[in-house]
Design a protein around this ligand. Structure first.
Ligand SMILES: *Cc1c(COP(=O)(O)O)cnc(C)c1O
Length: 361
């Protein structure tokens, strides 16, 4: 049997085993074509069915209203940091951002290339350990932008902000895409690099309310207009076929498991198990995020010293628990428990953390 570890990396991240097996099974001969999906035309009827199915499943599972479009783009969420303001800017209107950590910072930096950016709320005062409350966007903003989950700090929006009507809400959901049920209507533009919670690296999903595609300045390069990709159903140029195919398999798998409500239930259970270990450790493990802003996906914590953390990461690795080191910018430890991390994997982690404390306190 192939040896598989429990992978707690923040991204690219663990994928469901049945999805990997299906891809392996189909790799050399995709649906009787005698070719791999890596080799067939993005205009073939076989690929087209995959492409359409991926968007349909996403619409169905997330309950995406009919006036929204699903796009499959390249360039990662990092490209969306500039593509969103480039397409949604409006002369004389500020773009309003909530500054919650490293990813928001990068988004803000790019938006500044296109006009005035206002940071209307920030959690910098407490090292980005919480999501600001009672955030208020102004009625004349071109749009408001939030980072749904800060992957590095491990903080996540629990309640979405309310915006004045007519002000679109843009959200970077890279690391909490489909982690819980959301009302898509509250957002005008959602983007997410697939490699955290949806599929492999190489594709970025964008969900956009259709009326917004016409705001874009004429002199914008064709590939950087949402309008281009909406009109061509993400097939203006060669799309990342294999990545989209894997997303489609993940979505099918998710549907079979009971969709997002089932996933949310499991995610809440998993996160609670790990946070409980932290909370009941008498300070041996110190949670980084304020409890009311804790992420369901990225659980950040510290031990007394960097040496003890290194030892913990090392011993975990020996037990097949991989990727528990915190982001290099902040140090500490981080367990990413995305949708594809099983209950069993999370239980194994909890058991390890309990034993490690017993042996090292
Ligand atoms: C990983 C991540 C990104 C960057 O995604 P790329 O696809 O690598 O560009 C952006 N935002 C958040 C919240 C992330 O977790």
């Amino acid at each position: 049997m192939t040896k598989r570890v429990y992978n707690f990396y923040a991204g690219p991240a663990t994928l469901p085993l049945p999805v990997l097996k299906k891809a392996q099974e189909e790799l050399l001969d995709f649906q009787g074509t005698g070719m791999s999906i890596l080799e067939i035309s993005h205009r073939s009827k076989e690929y087209d069915a995959v492409h359409k199915k991926a968007s349909e499943l996403l619409k169905e599972l997330m309950g995406i209203p009919s006036d929204y479009k699903v796009l499959w783009l390249q360039g990662g969420a990092s490209t969306q940091f500039f593509m969103a303001p480039q397409n949604l800017q409006q002369a004389g209107k500020p773009m309003e951002y909530v500054y919650t950590g490293a990813w928001a910072k990068k988004a803000i930096k790019e938006a500044k290339l296109f006009g005035e950016v206002k940071i209307i709320a920030s959690s910098e005062d407490q090292k980005f350990t919480y999501i600001p409350k009672n955030v208020s966007f102004s009625a004349n903003a071109a749009f408001g932008h939030i980072t749904g989950n800060e992957t590095i700090g491990g903080i996540e929006w629990q309640e979405w902000p309310k915006l004045p009507s007519d002000v679109p809400l843009v959200c970077d959901m890279s690391s909490n895409f489909m982690d819980k049920v959301i009302d898509v209507k509250k957002f005008s533009l959602i983007y997410a690099g697939a490699q955290k919670n949806l599929g492999p690296a190489g594709v970025t999903v964008v969900i956009i309310r259709e009326d917004l595609i016409n705001r874009v300045p004429e002199n914008t390069p064709t590939m950087l207009k949402y309008k281009t990709h909406v009109e061509k159903d993400s097939l203006y140029n060669t799309c990342p076929c294999f990545s989209i195919y894997l997303c489609e398999l993940v979505l099918e798998h998710l549907k079979a498991l009971g969709g997002i409500p089932a996933m949310e239930k499991q995610n809440r259970k998993k996160a609670k198990m790990v946070y409980d270990i932290i909370d009941k450790s008498n300070g041996f493990y110190k949670g980084v995020a304020k409890p009311e802003s804790r992420s369901l996906m990225n659980i950040t914590f510290n031990l007394a010293t960097p040496e003890l953390e290194a030892k913990c990461v090392d011993e975990a690795k020996k037990k097949g628990l991989i990727g528990l080191k915190g982001h290099r910018d902040v140090g500490g430890m981080r367990a990413s428990v995305y949708n594809a991390m099983s209950l069993e994997g999370t239980e194994t982690l909890c058991k390890f953390l309990t034993e490690f404390q017993e042996q090292n306190q």
